[in-house]
Design a protein around this ligand. Structure first.
Ligand code: AMP
Ligand code: MG
Length: 427
C-alpha cells in the first residue's frame, strides 16, 4: 500500500497548497483500492439492486433461445419473393407463442405465426398480418403478400441476438441497475455474486454544531452535514456507521477515530480542516493516521484532508454545507465507486446555454448550483439558483445540477455554453 508521500511524489506538480480538481482525483485513484472479491456474497435478485457484480455473469442459455417472430403475421421462406410480384401462399397451420409448431412448411406454403412463437428452420421472414390479404374457400386459407414491401429476415428475432450462451452477459464491476436485474432474470438465474457493501462511517465536528433535539444557542448551527452525507451514502448503497456530532475535545475525537479506523472502509468527517481552525480535529487526524491537508483550487470546498487512519480511508471535508456536498460529488463519490469495485464511468457533462453572465476567476474550478431546462427551440439552457454562498444549502435543493466552470475558464457571457453535471439520482 502506497503512503501519502509516495503518491504525492509520483503526482505531477503536487502542491498541497494549490491542488487542481484533476490532481485531487488522480491522487484519490492511487489512494483507494477496490474491496477484495474474497468477501463477495451471493444475493437474490430482489436484494441485488445497486450492488456491484464481483464476477462475470455468464449466460447459461441463448436469449432468445430460438429464432422467433417479432410480429403477428405469416412466416414464409423469402427465397420465393420476386420483385413487383405479389406472393400467394397457402396457410398450413398456426404457431403460437410458448410451443413449437410440429410439421414442415413447403414451397408455396406459409405458417400463421404469433409474436414470440418459434420460427421453423425452413422459414426466415414474417409478413405482418396487416399487410396481407387473407382468403378462405373450401377449407383452404391463402394469403397474398404485396410486392416490394419485405426482404429476407424481416420481423424475425434471431436466436442469441440479445445474449449468446457461454458469453459474459454482464461483466464484473457492473452496477446492478433495474435493467441489469431484468437481464440476469432473463437468463433464468435467481442470484448473483456481488461485492460486500462498503462500510462508511461519518461524523460532524465543531463545538458550534448542534444535534437535532439540542436547544438553539446563539452562534450555533444545527448539524445538516450528517444528513446530507447520510443521504448521499445511502443512495450509493453503503453500509453506514453514524457517529453523530463529535465535540472538539481530543479524547472524544481520538475515541471516534480509533473506533472507526478498525471497522470502516472509509471515514467521512465534516468541519475542522480549514486553515484558521483552532480546534483539535486536524491534530488528531495527523496523530492517528497518514494524512495530507490540502488547499484545492476550487469553489466551494477549498480545504480538505485526505489519507488513511487504520484500515480506513479518510475524507476530511470542509464544514460548509454546500462545500460538503460538492466535494462529495467531485471526489468522494468517484473514490467510493472505485472502492465498491464499480467500473461505472462518470455520467457525461451536458452543455447548456447560460441565461446569465457568470463571474469566474481562471485558476480554480467553480461549481455553481444551476437549474437546467429546455428552451423553446429545444436546446438546453441553465440559470443559477441565485446566492452561491457555500453555506446556502437551499441552492442545492433548488438546483438540478452543478454548472462546472473549469480550471482555466474565465467569465461567462449570456448565451455562452457551459458544462453541467446533472444531479440525476445522486442527490
Ligand atoms: P469549518 O470548516 O469547520 O470552518 O466550518 C465552516 C462553516 O461550516 C462554519 O460556518 C460552520 O458553522 C459550518 N458547519 C460546520 N459543520 C457543520 C455542520 N455539521 N452542519 C452545518 N454547518 C456546519
Ligand atoms: Mg470549525
Amino acid at each position: 500500500m502506497k503512503s501519502i508521500d509516495d503518491i504525492a511524489a509520483a503526482l505531477q506538480g503536487y502542491d498541497p497548497q494549490a491542488l487542481s480538481v484533476d490532481q485531487v482525483n488522480a491522487f484519490l485513484r492511487e489512494l483507494v483500492q477496490p474491496v477484495s472479491a474474497d468477501d463477495s456474497q451471493d444475493v437474490f435478485l430482489f436484494d441485488a439492486l445497486g450492488r456491484v457484480l464481483a464476477q462475470d455473469v455468464v449466460s447459461p442459455i441463448s436469449v432468445p433461445a430460438h429464432n422467433n417472430s417479432a410480429m403477428d403475421g405469416f412466416a414464409f421462406d423469402a427465397a420465393q419473393l420476386q420483385a413487383d410480384q405479389p406472393l400467394r401462399l397457402r396457410v398450413v397451420g398456426t404457431a403460437l407463442a410458448g410451443k413449437a409448431w410440429q410439421g414442415k412448411v413447403n414451397a408455396g406454403e406459409c405458417l400463421k405465426i404469433m409474436t414470440g412463437a418459434i420460427l421453423p428452420d425452413e422459414l426466415d421472414t414474417i409478413a405482418p398480418q396487416e399487410f396481407c390479404q387473407v382468403d378462405s374457400a373450401h377449407n383452404v386459407t391463402t394469403v397474398t403478400i404485396p410486392p416490394n414491401i419485405l426482404k429476407a429476415g424481416d420481423n424475425r428475432r434471431l436466436m442469441g441476438e440479445d445474449l449468446m450462451q457461454g458469453e459474459p452477459a454482464l461483466k464484473a464491476g457492473q452496477h446492478l441497475t433495474p435493467a441489469a436485474l431484468g437481464l440476469v432474470a432473463s437468463l433464468g438465474l435467481p442470484d448473483v455474486r456481488v461485492h460486500r457493501r462498503l462500510r462508511v462511517a461519518y461524523f460532524s465536528t465543531g463545538d458550534e454544531v448542534l444535534s437535532l433535539g439540542d436547544a438553539p444557542r446563539e452562534g450555533a448551527v444545527y448539524d445538516s452535514n450528517r444528513y446530507t452525507v447520510f443521504g448521499l451514502l445511502t443512495r450509493m448503497g453503503c453500509e453506514l456507521i453514524d457517529m453523530g456530532v463529535v465535540r472538539d475535545e481530543p479524547n472524544l475525537l481520538e475515541a471516534a477515530f480509533a473506533k472507526v479506523a478498525l471497522e470502516a472502509d472509509a471515514i467521512i468527517t465534516s468541519g475542522g480542516v480549514s486553515v484558521g481552525e483552532a480546534d483539535f480535529t486536524k491534530a488528531m487526524m495527523k496523530k492517528q493516521g497518514d494524512v495530507a491537508f490540502w488547499k484545492i483550487a476550487m469553489r466551494p470546498g477549498r480545504p480538505m484532508a485526505v489519507g488513511r487512519i487504520g484500515k480506513s480511508v479518510l475524507f476530511g471535508l470542509p464544514g460548509n454545507p454546500v462545500a460538503v456536498m460538492v466535494t462529495f460529488l467531485a471526489f468522494v463519490r468517484p473514490a467510493l465507486l472505485r472502492m465498491m469495485g464499480s467500473t461505472a464511468k462518470p455520467a457525461p457533462l451536458l452543455r447548456a446555454k447560460s441565461l446569465e453572465p457568470l463571474r469566474k476567476k481562471a485558476g480554480r474550478t467553480e461549481y455553481q448550483r444551476g437549474f437546467v431546462s429546455t428552451s423553446p427551440n429545444g436546446t438546453l439552457q441553465v440559470r443559477t439558483t441565485g446566492n452561491q454562498g457555500s453555506g446556502v444549502l437551499s441552492s442545492m435543493v433548488q438546483g438540478n445540477g452543478l454548472i462546472v466552470l473549469h480550471h482555466g475558464q474565465g467569465n461567462v457571457a449570456v448565451g455562452d455554453e457551459v458544462d453541467v453535471m446533472m444531479f440525476d439520482g445522486a442527490i
